[in-house]
Design a protein around this ligand. Sequence first.
Ligand SMILES: *Cc1c(COP(=O)(O)O)cnc(C)c1O
Length: 220
Amino acid sequence: MSVTGNLNQIKSLLPDNVKLVVVTKTHPTEIIMEAYKAGQRHFGENKVQELTNKALQLPADIKWHMIGHLQTNKVKHVIPFVSLIQGVDSYRLLQVINKEAEKCRLVVDCLLQIHIATESTKFGFTVTELTDLLNNENIFALTHVRICGLMGMASFSDDYNQVRSEFKVLKKLFDWLKDNQFKDQFHFNILSMGMSGDYNIAIEEGSTLIRIGSAIFGER
Ligand SMILES: *Cc1c(COP(=O)(O)O)cnc(C)c1O
């Protein structure tokens, strides 16, 4: 099926409370424009240079999501273009985003990435690291970042029970934070989980934002 066909099919089956980020990494601007013309506005990239290049060439009303691992020395390049930084995986990175956002007089929306998969190659805070951070640092003193929720990637696995149990861990942590540390933070309402291979399970487990690439554009 075409990009537009795939996109419309996925969108037609999404519950109202679940938003879609179309992941465009490796794909040229002409193909991205097909999704744009079909009404899509939220796109995700995992490399700073690719995101900024595409942002400069494509329509200005696109909301760009940085979904990959972000190095602190690249933060300043991405800040002017990014709408949501999904992969915040250290306090140091959060501090740098805050500092660079302040220079640009912006408040940048971020998600904390949580390591839920079995693969050690994936990034993110462990649950313990996150609770330690929240106990030891006043992240709410960083006034140029706004933490809007959590992001996680499940194991790359055919074992759907495994994948489901990882999403459950993330959802439970999200709900707990929402009721405790983030109780008065009304913008803390995004749970980004689910990709092409597992988004149906993620939605069943409470995802509010899915990140889909290959199910729309084909294999990279
Ligand atoms: C590439 C990527 C996706 C999309 O993966 P697909 O399997 O192509 O849908 C989602 N999230 C992150 C963090 C990615 O790097």
